[in-house]
Write a protein that binds this ligand. Structure first.
Ligand SMILES: [Zn+2]
Length: 259
């Protein structure tokens, strides 16, 4: 049972309780009903915005915090300018990472997809268009996005991704249903750096403060500051006893569908 289903059961139980007690009181307490409704809508909203709550679907968020293993993940590529630089940097430090690719860009830059795979990194699915209205799409449309991207990736590397990361880190019941029906493993993160919005100084400050064993770190390979962030992060983490592994190793799940 998902947390969403448990929530619904709890609210139905609360309504039943009110209905029963109503028989013995003078009138319906509309204020209580209204507050109940408001709190329900508020929790649904929180579940949409905060993937980490796992309200609609159980995401993979992190590995075991007791170990010192951590994983890098890059969203929104491949990017013609910055993905090769990120790959060079990872190769320099001999670190393997995960790349959640946008299908449309996969079709545009197949050579980069091939390079990511050839260099031992993991490839995940990050929708086909990364459309601004993704969160309002129907299950069927989300499934089409997932399948389209998987086909594009499979055509290039001969493997079908098993990991899916929803665009914008938002999940609602229809997206959850599509992930479930596509048999994808939803992979979120435990440490979001906001590297596309904040300066590299603030990103580095956050990484210094928040880095923990088991973390899946969310970064993007589509902006110039990513290189300096990696130049800080990789030696910093290794000097502090952390070991970089791929996400599939961290969460112990198979990254590709075997067909
Ligand atoms: Zn994205």
């Amino acid at each position: 049972m998902s947390r969403f289903q448990i929530l619904n059961v709890l609210y139905i139980a609360a309504l039943a309780f009110i209905a029963i007690t109503e028989r013995y009181s003078t009138g319906i307490e509309y204020k209580v009903l209204f507050l109940l409704f408001l709190s329900y809508v508020f929790i649904l909203f929180l579940g949409v915005v905060f993937t980490q709550l796992n309200l609609y679907v159980e995401h993979e968020l992190a590995g075991n915090a007791r170990y010192n293993e951590i994983a890098l993940s890059f969203d929104d590529g491949p990017n013609a300018e910055f993905t090769p630089q990120v790959l060079d940097k990872l190769s320099q430090y001999n670190v393997k990472a995960g790349f959640f690719l946008i299908g449309q860009k996969v079709d545009k830059y197949p050579e980069l997809v091939k390079r990511i795979d050839n260099e031992g990194h993991l490839i995940g699915n990050h929708s086909y268009y990364h459309h601004i209205k993704f969160d309002f799409m129907r299950s069927r449309e989300v499934m089409q996005e997932i399948e389209h991207t998987n086909k594009s990736i499979n055509k290039i590397i001969g493997k079908t991704p098993h990991f899916f990361r929803p665009p914008f880190g938002i999940t609602q019941p229809r997206i959850a249903r599509a992930i479930h029906q596509s048999k994808m493993i939803p992979v979120a993160w435990s440490l979001r750096t906001y590297d596309t919005k904040k300066s590299k100084f603030r990103v580095i400050k956050k990484l210094r403060r928040k880095l923990n064993g088991g973390d899946i770190i969310l970064l993007h390979d589509n902006h110039p500051e990513i290189i300096e962030i990696l130049e800080f992060l990789i030696p910093y983490a290794e000097n502090n006893g952390f070991k970089f592994v791929r996400i599939d190793e961290l969460i112990n799940q198979k990254p590709y569908e075997i067909s």
